[in-house]
Design a protein around this ligand. Structure first.
Ligand SMILES: [Zn+2]
Ligand SMILES: [Zn+2]
Length: 207
């Protein structure tokens, strides 16, 4: 069976101002600084792929439309998970159908990741404060942001482990970034830890 990556909580639906990734490889692991829309939602009732309204949205429109053959949903402010069944958010018959694994060489924000890429050097440089100019602002706020993105995007390729190891050894060399290291150790060890779920839950309440 084809290996796939699945979004946390069946995938997120996002309102205006959030990212709808152009690359089907991009999914939401739950640790990234930018909560992105799932672009591979499928309807469990009609079995159709859910269409996601992409940017730019019509001027003045304050929602984003998601629709399959049997259901449509307007996502106004903020975001919600597809599995959210609050009274205010009616149940949706949609779930993430899985995202393809990245194939190398893979271009991430202008950085070509190939099997021969020195991921250790890339991680060390990023933890030192560098990130590509085309990374999203949320990902550039902290040295963690882009490393998490790099890790998430490589899940399933076998190179995600290398990112984790590079992180651990960078932290060992530079104890002053110990706090960042602790985060990654938790993150790497648990893989899909619960930290991100809490963060996303907080985000959906806040926005
Ligand atoms: Zn998804
Ligand atoms: Zn449907």
């Amino acid at each position: 069976m084809e290996k796939l990556n699945f979004c946390r909580r069946s995938g997120y639906l996002v309102g205006p101002g959030y990212t709808v990734p152009g690359d089907p490889v991009e999914f939401y692991l739950g640790e990234e600084r930018d909560v992105v829309s799932c672009t591979r939602l499928i309807c469990v009732s009609c079995k159709e792929a859910v269409r996601v309204e992409r940017d730019p949205l019509p001027q003045g429109q304050d929602f984003r439309t998601y629709a399959c053959a049997c259901k449509a949903h307007h996502q106004y402010k903020g975001l919600r998970s597809a599995d959210d069944d609050d009274e205010a958010d009616p149940w949706l018959p949609w779930k993430c159908s899985g995202h393809p694994i990245a194939t190398l060489p893979y271009n991430l924000d202008g950085v070509e990741i190939a099997p021969a890429t020195d991921l250790h050097a890339l991680v060390r440089r990023t933890l030192g404060g560098w990130s590509p100019d085309s990374a999203r602002p949320e990902e550039r706020e902290s040295p963690l942001g882009w490393v998490i993105k790099l890790y998430a995007r490589l899940i399933g390729t076998g190179f995600d482990q290398e990112v984790t190891l590079a992180w651990i050894s960078t932290v060992a060399e530079r104890p002053n970034i110990g706090a960042l290291g602790a985060t990654m150790l938790t993150f790497g060890a648990a893989g899909r830890s619960t930290t991100g779920r809490r963060r996303a839950d907080r985000a959906s309440r806040r926005r």
